[in-house]
Design a protein around this ligand. Structure first.
Ligand code: FES
Length: 87
């Protein structure tokens, strides 16, 4: 498991195995727009302020992946213990 932190409120949530970031946030009343939930449409794209995403999508380019400042939270996860999202 890893954590996501919302930059706007400072709230921190544990993302358990088997749940996506968007599912975790939705369970806590925070909705990120989603569509494909498979990492190809780009609808859920969210800015990352801190931490290193574990990219599982097929939407971002290699350069965008390396920049570590965008994530598709419907499917991607985290390499660091905590990801700070610009939400
Ligand atoms: Fe399509 Fe996340 S909902 S990429």
């Amino acid at each position: 498991a890893f954590q996501v932190k919302l930059a706007s409120t400072g709230e921190v949530f544990d993302v358990e195995k088997g749940l996506s970031i968007t599912q975790t946030l939705e369970l806590n009343g925070i909705e990120i727009p989603i569509s494909c939930e498979e990492g190809w449409c780009g609808t859920c794209m969210t800015r990352v302020l801190e931490g290193i995403p574990d990219h599982r999508d097929t939407f971002l380019s290699d350069d965008e992946r390396r920049a570590n400042n965008l994530i598709m939270p419907c499917c991607s996860r985290s390499r660091s213990d905590c990801l700070v999202l610009d939400i």
